[in-house]
Design a protein around this ligand. Sequence first.
Ligand code: ZN
Length: 305
Amino acid sequence: MAWFKKVRKPIEPLAKNQPSRVPEGLWVKCPSCGEVIYNKDLASTLNVCPKCAHHLRIGAVERLRMLFDADWVEYDTNLQSTDPLKFIDTKPYRTRLDATIASTGMRDAVICATGRIDGIETSVAAMEYTFIGGSMGVVVGEKITRAIERAIDGRLPVVIVSSSGGARMMEGALSLMQMAKISAALARLDRARLPYISVLTDPTTGGVTASFAMLGDVNIAEPKALIGFAGPRVIEQTIRQKLPEGFQRSEFLLEHGMLDLVVDRREMKAAIARVLRFALAEDGPARARPAAASPAPPQPPAPQP
Ligand SMILES: [Zn+2]
């Protein structure tokens, strides 16, 4: 015999088709300090936590909106991977691509555009992490290369915002070739005496770090961004040593000379504009001047009377 009976009926679970009355995505919890932030407040701080200044990840479109003064012109929107290796892992690469294209509304992991940053016409490429981990395949390589070539033709400075897990494994060696291709285009940009600013955001790893992300005339990172080539576990196993605190974070890399600046996202646009203005200024360093205006070779000193 039971000591007591359940008098009341248990509360019935919510019918599955009955929609919740609380709208989704109104509040965001900061992954660093746990503060619950109102979504609209976050938009006004460029997705930086107002309490602890943790930088939440942002997409390529938000990045362009943050950098450009107004509208921008986007290029090569129709480029799409052809799946040259007919690659299949847990599912076919083709299926994975189609699903990502449908969910992100983008054809690949980078947006290339031109527009004005604080009045300076600039060619910008911004990577999108939600597109297969921002991985660099043939299309990303081609689009960034074209953005650099467009800058050379129009005598514009280049800004590339990296956010990537590295090369795209589903395109094998073809994705690795993009490292050389983009680096070669950057060398031509350098010969044309035009500045390139690399902006490294969380995360920038693998082949992207090993090529264009570290080739900037000025390399700027966001605070506490993960920047590295191989993951810490792989390195620990290889060198059989414990890695130091904060290893592969922006501040550590700045301290060890891998970066030039670590800048808060809310000041990023102003910092980029300042660097561009310095590099493009007539009285700036000689290498930033247009090739035609470079000084004549030194003449032997005139004989003194
Ligand atoms: Zn926070």
